[in-house]
Write a protein that binds this ligand. Sequence first.
Ligand code: ZN
Length: 173
Amino acid sequence: MEKRVLVLNLDHYPIAVVPVQKAMVLLLLEKALVLSTYELLEIRTVSQTFAYPAVIRLVQYKAIPYRGVLLNRANLFRRDRGACQYCGSTKQLTVDHVVPRSKGGKTSWSNLVTACNRCNVLKGDKTPEQVGMQLRIAPFTPTLSYFLASYAERQAPEWMPFLASSLGHLQKK
Ligand SMILES: [Zn+2]
């Protein structure tokens, strides 16, 4: 799988995760500098070879309004670590409205969970209480930091030193 690149603002605060192609554009336009690379990986073009960036930093400060994490299927599955929030299954995942839409349930981080198809069908058009099902954790609104840390743990330990300063709960190595 292609590794992704962590983008830091001029003040070293993490602001985005981008595909490597986008990172290379920022680097080639001299809008960013490489702070860390993935060892043993490289980017090859027809005529050149580059180190594969893991963490880059913008050369100019970018003012970013706080936007939060986009609510979509992929991010919801990511928040729930790819597991049904009722039974823990990782197969045939769907999106469940905890309080069904027909009962006024909203499409929001606090009312959506990842559910396997089986649990979704079992639950039907009811609330978990009505059918005696229990959520493993209460649904919450994830932050960018939450995603970065959980991604870095699994896929990009190279990011950790750069996340430590902005994430109070992460221990420095
Ligand atoms: Zn399930």
